[in-house]
Design a protein around this ligand. Structure first.
Ligand SMILES: [Mg+2]
Length: 395
């Protein structure tokens, strides 16, 4: 089998990759939905893919893997990798999880990082009220993640929150030392959320990036009695092209609250210091940024050897990404906690993709399906959503 074409369409906001072969089998991959600018970057790799056998996934990846980088510049490589696995599975008549070593669980746990209700403000009451709505959402999530501090509106809405001025611009522009008022406000909001959740539902916090080490240690220690699932991205994170594993290690060593990072990191090599140094307790690579499904699996296995847990990122990964997450997470070792459930935007995405269970999430879990490849396909309704210039994407 040979690759004859690589295509990319922006469907809604998600870049979707289609790899076409000479045997009538094609494969799909997807990149995160705020990355509509990726199309030329995806097409850049076409020159190295043509005439390769897509079922030798690793051999193809060796040609292009080093030509990527931290989020968002590893996305195109990651989406292509996913599409290759889709083809390899379809060609073998097997679901992708079988090619990744086989499933070790029939249902995969997801956590809520994306089913959201508008926040009225940033007071503890606002956080409690909002958490009650998420607790009642029909997916029955057993873990909910909420944004606080620099990963929320607190820098603008809470007076005297930090010693730096509130900044706007590219995502997560704030960084600096918190005031005592800011520290106490965060703790009060987390306590308010826990009073709603009790010990029925786990609470994780998306925190930054941008914290100073002293604040990170103080807050993580103050919250120890609440048994949080994790505190995410306090030091580095989203769209930062570096890790600072040694700084994370200072925080992790000082508290029993699990510290988490990793959604922006590309490739196993860039997880090495975090994992070998036990600098965090949980890592959260995103299959659409880390380099693909097999890359995520490798990182998870290596983390497990070092006592580090795994909670993959995924909120923007779309429905093809959701399928990829289900396939790979079914195969991960028991350091696996849950992956972040992607929310497809706009809503019509749910009408154009066939193959997902209905409802998708039940009791906070997704049942693993057995159709070949990623096991999801576009139906005829998808064509109407192709933009000008992408009309021949499915041809
Ligand atoms: Mg995050």
């Amino acid at each position: 089998m040979k690759i004859t074409d690589l295509k990319c369409a922006i469907i809604g906001q998600n870049p979707v990759v289609r790899v076409v072969t000479d045997e009538g089998i094609d494969g799909y991959g997807q990149a995160e939905n705020p990355k509509s600018y990726l199309k030329p970057h995806v097409m850049y790799y076409k020159q190295w893919l043509l005439d390769e056998d897509p079922t030798n996934v690793e051999r193809v990846m060796m040609k292009i893997r080093r030509m990527g980088s931290f989020k968002p510049w590893g996305s195109a490589v990651s989406a292509i990798e996913m599409a290759l696995w889709d083809i390899a599975g379809k060609a073998a008549g097997l679901p992708v999880y079988k090619l990744l070593g086989g499933k070790v669980r029939d249902k995969v746990r997801v956590y809520n990082g994306g089913v959201r209700f508008p926040m009225n403000g940033s007071t503890p009451e606002d956080y409690a009220e909002n958490m009650a709505k998420m607790k009642a959402s029909p997916e029955g999530f057993t873990i909910i993640k909420q944004g606080i501090s620099f990963h929320s509106a607190m820098p603008w809405q809470v007076p005297q929150f930090s010693y730096d001025e509130p900044r706007r611009g590219a995502p997560h522009a704030n960084r600096g030392l918190l005031t005592e008022k800011g520290l106490k406000h965060i703790i009060a909001c987390v306590e308010a959320m826990k009073s709603v959740l009790g010990d029925e539902i786990g609470l994780a916090l998306d925190c930054g990036p941008g914290w100073m080490v002293t604040d990170a240690i103080r807050v993580a220690k103050a919250l120890e009695p609440l048994n949080l699932m994790w505190m995410e991205d306090m030091i580095t994170g989203d769209y930062m092209p570096y890790v600072l594993a040694d700084v994370y290690r200072d925080v992790t060593q000082a508290t029993s609250t699990p510290i988490h990072t990793g959604e922006q990191i590309y490739l196993r090599q860039n997880f090495r210091e975090l994992i070998e140094g036990r600098a965090v307790r949980v890592i959260g690579p995103d299959p659409e940024d880390v380099g693909g499904l097999a890359e995520l699996k490798w990182v998870a296995e290596y983390a497990d050897l070092h006592g580090v847990m795994m909670a993959p990122h995924g909120i923007f990964d779309g429905l093809i990404g959701l399928a990829g997450l289900v396939q790979v997470c079914a195969t991960l070792p028991q350091n696996y906690i849950a992956f972040e459930y992607p929310i497809a935007r706009p809503d019509w995405w749910y009408e154009i993709v066939d193959g997902l269970p209905s409802p998708i999430v039940k009791d906070g879990l997704i049942e693993v399906w057995d159709r070949p490849g990623l096991g999801v396909t576009f139906n005829e309704k998808a064509r109407q959503y192709l933009s000008a210039g992408d009309e021949t994407f499915f041809d």
